[in-house]
Ligand binder design. Structure first.
Ligand code: CU
Length: 162
């Protein structure tokens, strides 16, 4: 079979590119351990009252370590705040917070300003991630997955005290 010289070069170039990409993919999985995020647990979104999400809020877990359970629902984050009060928590400077979050209804987002925190919240799945707040200030938790007509108001606040 005759293959033109230029065409042959292109075949080599494409095969070489695929080879490099495949090697990078295999190296990232088997050498660097990169995996897709997976849910850390499952929960029935209709039965949250009988789970660890029955009483959302901040719990002290020891030396400046906290767990914050959050339930996302149209269109607010429930951090355990009293009815009619803003979704807001105070933590001391340097606090390490483990966020344990789920959604009660539709897909929501969980993004924290100025932090490496970006989770997708799917009803029925638990998302868990840690963040340390070294600088005092106000940090917003923002829903960045469009979730309906009140989406733009879906925001909560973490205040790191000095
Ligand atoms: Cu939302």
């Amino acid at each position: 079979m005759y293959i033109d010289r230029l065409e042959r070069y292109w075949i080599y170039a494409v095969a070489g590119t695929l080879g490099v990409f495949s090697a990078a993919l295999l190296a990232s999985v088997f050498i660097f351990g990169v995996t897709l995020p997976s849910p850390v647990g499952r929960v029935d979104p209709m039965q949250l009252d009988s789970t660890e999400f029955a009483t959302p809020g901040l719990r002290s877990m020891g030396d400046n370590q906290y767990t914050l359970h959050v339930v996302a629902k149209m269109w607010q984050f429930d951090l355990g705040q009293a009815k009619g009060k803003p979704a807001e928590i105070h933590i001391p400077k340097g606090a390490e917070v483990t966020f344990v979050v789920t959604s009660k209804d539709v897909t929501h987002g969980f993004y924290i300003e100025h932090h490496d925190m970006n989770m997708m919240l799917l009803p029925g799945q638990i998302a868990r991630e840690k963040a340390t707040f070294k600088k005092p200030g106000t940090y917003h938790i923002i829903c960045h997955e469009y979730c309906g007509s009140g989406h733009q108001n879906m925001i909560a606040t973490i205040i790191v005290d000095a």
